[in-house]
Each structure stands twice: as structure tokens, then as C-alpha cells.
Ligand binder design. Structure first.
Ligand code: D61
Ligand code: MG
Length: 416
């Protein structure tokens, strides 16, 4: 907490959000009356930093079903991600995982010792137990998505098959993230919280996943390269270097930055759909659950844009204070549209006029602005309110001594 405040010291609205978050009455979820549920939410909190909070804030009707949807797919992904498992062993598990989730007592101990979520699979019998207690309608949706995702992962894990074209990139992201969007939309509709339209718009549901996954893939370039995973499409990186690893060579810095802005433009193309999807979501807890990951993604893209660090450091992440601020401000579609406008402007302001994608980025940012002004007119007032908050404690763009002192006092009180 103290280090989070320190990192946000030059951003007074984040210090405020952090302090409010810290002081908020702990509505700690109590699962102690049910041993299985306690273990399941323990696994959720262990395996996800970003999704655990939004899942636990869902209404009761959907909370357990979506928690188990997450845990089942995280289990599958933990087999996909492990590069120490031989392919002839890995592929059958990926392809049959949708059947494994019906086998009471099944566990998996073959992950390498350093695989981050290996414990989830070691205790996977708990996940299966929870899955089998869900309403059949939710079980069917989860099993169907697991089958399709597992087969897609198996296809791309197969030796000699790679992400080459931009269509491959969209297809791979569809399997691992777009399908999650489809399944969630079906669950929202099945619960009766959302209209049948939400499940029907598979194109928009897919884009919800693609925007998140492409942002992660862009951010995690170095980590994936180190672990021998290649998700940036050759159709993009091949325009700048001969071999993907050359992007990290200091003499290719300018090309690497051009390639990065190409990846950023490619991800931003989904924002139009994301805004349209969010405008369909009526239930308040579903809305926050959907919106928070998306605003974190655009904040992350803003951090990545023109940032050479992604080629030199493995942990480029937005500040904790920024995350907490975004969670606090994402409660309705006007505020979310305002957040998208705020970050689109920052992204555009950072663009390099000499970059080949300067105009493309300007066009997309202008489009976001125009969509928001016409469809969410309330976002203009929200934007002014957010900007007033962001500029709080500044005078002529310079942070005042008073604001820094206020932040330092907050810091001292937390340490004390
Ligand atoms: C609304 C709200 C949340 C949404 C959504 C719409 C649409 C799609 C998604 C969430 C999925 C977004 C995935 C983006 C993060 N990427 C990963 O976690 C990668 O693994 C992909 C395969 C497993 C997907 C598991 C998942 C994730 C989020 C969920 C969910 C299932 C179920 C319900 C709610 C949210 C990535 O994992 C890295 C890692 O191991 O940490 C990878 O391997 O590429
Ligand atoms: Mg994976």
C-alpha cells in the first residue's frame, strides 16, 4: 500500500482513490460456511490479480458460475502455457479438457515446478466439484466454450503452426479470449439479467476478448519471447525486422517503436465494438464486471504506446493507484466513455509525427471521440469532472507543494 501511494504521489486523484480504497469498510466475502466454496475463491484470488475483484462483486446468481468458468479455463490455460510439457502429452489434455471437468477427483501434477498456477491443477478436483454443482445451463455453456478453446489452443500449439497473418492473430485471440466473451454473454442472457440481444451479438462479445488479449500480448512481448512463445503476427513484425527477436536489438530501436505502434493500432480497432457492447449491458454488477477490464486495457495501451520499455523490461504495468482510480470511476457508460476519451487523447498526444502510424492512430482516436460525443453525450460533462480530478493539486500544469504534502501525509499515515 505504501509503495502504491509513493508511486502515485504525482497523481493526487490516485492518492485519494487509494486512501478511499484502503479505508473502505471491508465487505470481505465470507465463504467459511462452505469448504468447497472457500477453496474455490482462494484459487480465484491466487490465480488472478485483475479478475478476482470484479468476479466477487457480481450478483449471487452469476458469481459462482463465472468464478468456475474462470477457474476451468485458467486450468486449461495452465496446460497450454507450460512449455516444459511435451506436445504429445499436452495436445490430448487440451482436446479433452471439456470431458475432464466431469470426472470427479481428477487432478494434474505434471506441470513444471515454476508454472505459476500449477497448484490450481494439483487441486483441480475442487474445481470439478464446484462445476458439477452449478445449474446445468451454466455447465453446458462452460463445457462448450472449454471444448472450442481447447481445440483452438491445440491447433496453435501444434509444431510448425504459428501466428503468421493478421487473420491468424485474430483467430488465436478468438480461441483464448473471444470465446470467453461469447460464453459470458450467454451466461448474462441465461441468468435473465441481460436481453437475448447480448448473446446474439457474438461479433461484439468476441471484440471484448480480443481487445483484452491483444493488449496483453503487446505488453508481454519480452516475457513471451523469453519463454519461446510468439504471438505477434509475422504480417506485422515482418515489416520491420527479419527475425522477431531482432526487435530487442538496440540498433533496431526506431523500427521496434514503429512495430509497437502498429500493434497498438491493431488492438485499438476493437474499441468501437467494446463501446457498443458496453452500451447493451443494463445490470449494474454485470456492467462493472465488463467495463473495468476494458478501461484497464486502454490505460495499459496508453502506457505501452511509444514506450521502448516493453523491449527491455518484463513488468510494464499501470500503477496500482491508476487501477483503483479506474475501478472507482467505471460505474456507468458515460463515465466509461469519458475514460476512453481521456486515454484516447493521451495516446494521440504521445504519437510521434514521424511514425508511419501517426495518422492511423489519430483517425482511431478521433473516431472514439466522435462515437462518444454522439452516442454518450453525458460523457462530456464526465470528462470535465475526471480532468478536474486529474488536475487537482496542480497549478498551470505544475503539481503544487500542497498536493505533494497531502500525498506524503497519506503515505505517512499508512506506514504508521
Ligand atoms: C467481459 C468481462 C471479462 C472478459 C470478457 C468480457 C471477455 C473476455 C475475457 C474476459 C477474457 C480475457 C482474457 C484476457 C486475459 N488473457 C489471459 O488470461 C490469457 O489466457 C487466455 C486463456 C484463459 C482465459 C481465462 C479467462 C480469463 C478471464 C476471464 C475468464 C477466463 C472467465 C470469466 C471472466 C474472465 C493469458 O493468460 C496469461 C496468464 O496465464 O496469466 C494467456 O495465456 O495468453
Ligand atoms: Mg495461454
Amino acid at each position: 500500500m505504501a509503495s502504491a501511494i509513493l508511486a502515485s504521489l504525482l497523481h493526487p486523484s490516485e492518492v485519494l482513490a487509494l486512501v478511499q480504497y484502503k479505508l473502505a469498510p471491508k465487505t470481505k466475502y465470507d465463504y467459511s460456511n462452505n469448504k468447497t466454496r472457500e477453496r474455490l475463491y482462494h484459487h480465484l484470488n491466487m490465480t488472478s490479480r485483475s479478475f478476482a475483484a470484479v468476479i466477487q462483486d457480481l450478483d449471487d446468481e452469476l458469481k459462482d458460475a463465472i468464478c468456475l468458468f474462470y477457474l476451468v479455463l485458467r486450468g486449461l490455460d495452465t496446460i497450454e502455457d507450460d512449455m516444459t510439457i511435451d506436445l504429445e502429452i499436452k495436445l490430448p489434455y487440451l482436446k479433452t479438457f471439456h470431458e475432464i471437468i466431469y470426472q470427479k477427483g481428477w487432478n494434474f501434477t505434471e506441470n513444471g515446478p515454476n508454472e505459476k498456477d500449477r497448484q490450481l491443477l494439483v487441486e483441480f478436483d475442487t474445481v470439478i466439484e464446484g462445476f458439477l454443482e452449478l445449474k446445468p445451463a451454466y455447465q453446458t455453456i462452460i463445457a462448450d466454450i472449454t471444448k472450442r478453446m481447447g481445440n483452438g489452443m491445440a491447433h496453435y500449439a501444434t509444431a510448425g503452426i504459428n501466428v503468421v497473418t493478421n487473420a491468424d492473430y485474430d483467430e488465436y485471440c478468438h480461441y483464448v479470449a473471444g470465446l470467453v466473451g461469447l460464453g459470458l454473454s450467454e451466461m448474462f442472457t441465461a441468468s435473465g439479467f441481460e436481453s437475448p440481444m447480448v448473446a446474439e451479438r457474438k461479433d461484439l462479445s468476441n471484440s471484448m476478448g480480443l481487445f483484452l488479449q491483444k493488449t496483453n500480448i503487446t505488453r508481454d512481448f519480452l516475457e513471451d519471447l523469453r519463454d519461446n512463445r510468439r504471438f505477434w503476427p509475422e504480417e506485422i513484425w515482418g515489416k520491420y525486422v527479419d527475425e522477431i527477436k531482432d526487435l530487442t536489438e538496440p540498433e533496431n530501436k526506431e523500427k521496434a517503436l514503429q512495430c509497437l505502434s502498429h500493434m497498438v493500432v491493431n488492438a485499438m480497432a476493437h474499441i468501437r465494438d467494446v463501446l457498443e457492447y458496453l452500451s447493451m449491458i443494463k445490470n449494474k454488477s454485470c456492467f462493472k464486471f465488463c467495463a473495468i477490464p476494458q478501461v484497464m486495457a486502454i490505460a495499459t495501451l496508453n502506457l505501452l504506446h511509444t514506450n521502448y520499455m516493453i523491449y527491455t523490461h518484463e513488468n510494464v504495468k499501470i500503477r496500482k493507484g491508476e487501477t483503483v482510480w479506474l475501478m472507482k470511476e467505471s460505474s456507468n457508460v458515460d463515465s466509461v466513455a469519458a475514460i476512453f476519451r481521456l486515454y484516447a487523447r493521451q495516446i494521440n498526444n504521445k504519437s510521434n509525427p514521424l511514425d508511419p502510424h501517426f495518422v492511423d492512430i489519430g483517425v482511431i482516436c478521433g473516431e472514439i471521440e466522435q462515437i462518444c460525443v454522439s452516442k454518450y453525450p453525458g460523457s462530456t460533462a464526465e470528462l470535465h469532472r475526471l480532468q478536474a480530478g486529474v488536475m487537482a493539486g496542480t497549478s498551470g500544469n505544475v503539481l503544487t507543494a500542497a498536493a505533494v504534502v497531502a500525498g506524503a501525509i497519506a503515505l505517512k499515515n499508512v506506514i504508521a
